[in-house]
Design a binder for this molecule. Structure first.
Ligand SMILES: [Fe+2]
Length: 415
């Protein structure tokens, strides 16, 4: 961090905006658990998922470990042992509690975690107020770290809901985690009421195109979205709509899950081993959701399927999954891309790898994205579980091809 610039005495609009965002994002996380029972806060349905309380602690630890402890003079760490509990995967920061055992952490109690959140919020407010008194380069670097912490917390808001859906789906009582009119499932129901009836294709000429975040653009981006670079695309077509429940049901009726020729070998092995016969939360003609068991509208986009299922469906349909470059080009074209954001993440055919010239963010937060660039596929867009202001046409989400608990669907490509 540079220290040669003159101190500034007035907060910049950027820093004032951060203060408001800090409050809004931190509040929203806590609103997500407002309707839960105490027992729900430790629910961990599988090793890939985390309990709600852990998400609240981990996002708080992120701010304490990366901002307050190193950068706020006099900050007293809440409890050194909590770093071990709430570190997710940052090897540079130290050892950590095994991920599959997060549901065992009945202590610290939620009241202590919430009190910690209050203290960390106050510390962050002090840090933000203090920014104008720091050298500009240092202030800008700290503001960028606060923004990263907020974007990180928004990612965990979606994870919290995904993980709750997984955990609740394992309860024979089929409970509703988020049943209110402001809940995510109510939002989904409103959105699919406006899904366009068109099922056409849009052609793109391809050619030499540029994708990725332009580093001259001051807007937020994760390191994995940069640098902007050129890609050659052959002419292609993208479907105007996501694949529907009805279309996916036709794939199943046509023996989709019993025809090995439609599947990648690894996917076919999973179909056998896990006895997959439908998307993860289908139950007969219904679907398990955050609002409990609900009817499954035929024209709604199919959701909660793995890359292997998306890929097999596309092959059955005589199409393929789009590359992430095709998706981004279409989303940023003058015509735009229908159903790009706010419904479901969309699997792409692109392995999650660094862009040419990729540089991880310096320091321990460099572990955020770069070290996961293996054995995963990129998803584009955003979902009904994603905070509304947390989407970009360059955003690269990523999951292993067998994962099904995300709000993921698919869009077909051909050509
Ligand atoms: Fe995290």
């Amino acid at each position: 961090m540079g220290s040669s610039a003159e101190p500034r005495l007035r907060p910049t609009p950027l820093h004032e905006g951060l203060h408001r965002r800090l409050h809004a994002v931190r509040q929203r996380t806590e609103a997500l658990i407002a309707a839960l029972e105490p027992e729900d806060l430790c629910l961990q349905g599988m090793a890939d998922a985390s309990p709600p309380k852990w998400h609240l602690g981990h996002t708080t630890w992120f701010f304490e470990a990366f901002l307050l402890e190193p950068h706020l003079t006099g900050w007293r760490v809440e409890d050194r042992r909590w770093g071990y509990l709430f570190n997710s995967y940052y090897d540079a920061v130290g050892e950590r509690h095994p991920r599959p055992d997060r549901g065992l952490l009945t202590r610290p109690p939620i009241a202590a975690v919430l009190a910690w959140r209050r203290r960390v919020d106050a510390g962050l407010a002090t840090l933000l107020h203090d920014l104008p008194h720091r050298p500009q380069a240092e202030a800008d670097a700290l503001a960028a770290l606060v923004e990263l912490g907020l974007q990180h917390e928004q990612q965990h808001q979606e994870l919290l809901l995904m993980d709750l859906l997984d955990g609740f789906s394992r309860n024979p009582l089929e409970p509703a985690a988020d049943p209110g009119p402001q809940g995510a499932e109510a939002q989904w129901t409103r959105l699919i009421g406006h899904v366009p009836a068109t099922r056409g294709w849009t052609s793109h000429p391809g050619g030499l195109v540029s994708i990725g975040h332009d580093l001259d653009d001051p807007g937020f981006h994760f390191d994995n979205e940069a640098p902007r670079h050129r890609v050659w695309l052959e002419p292609f077509e993208l479907a105007d709509a996501l694949v529907s429940n009805a279309a996916y049901a036709a794939f199943i009726a046509d023996g989709g899950y019993s025809r090995p020729e439609l599947w990648m070998s690894e996917g076919w092995a999973l179909v056998q081993a896990r006895r997959w016969q439908a998307p993860r939360y289908w139950r007969g003609e219904a679907e398990f959701t955050l609002a409990g068991l609900r009817p499954r509208p035929a024209e709604a986009p199919v959701r909660h399927l793995s890359w292997f299922e998306a890929d097999a469906y596309a092959r059955w349909a005589g199409a393929r999954l789009p590359s992430e470059a095709e998706w981004e080009l279409a989303a940023t074209s003058s015509a735009g891309l229908a159903m790009a954001f706010g419904l479901l993440w969309q699997w792409t055919a692109s392995p999650y790898r660094p862009y040419p010239g990729f540089e991880p963010t310096p320091g321990a937060v460099g572990e955020y994205n770069g070290k996961f660039m293996t054995s995963q596929f990129v998803l584009r867009g955003s979902s009904f579980l994603t905070p509304a202001d947390h989407c970009r046409s360059t955003y690269r989400n990523f999951f292993p091809p067998a994962s099904r608990w995300m709000a993921a669907g698919l869009r077909l490509a051909r050509g």
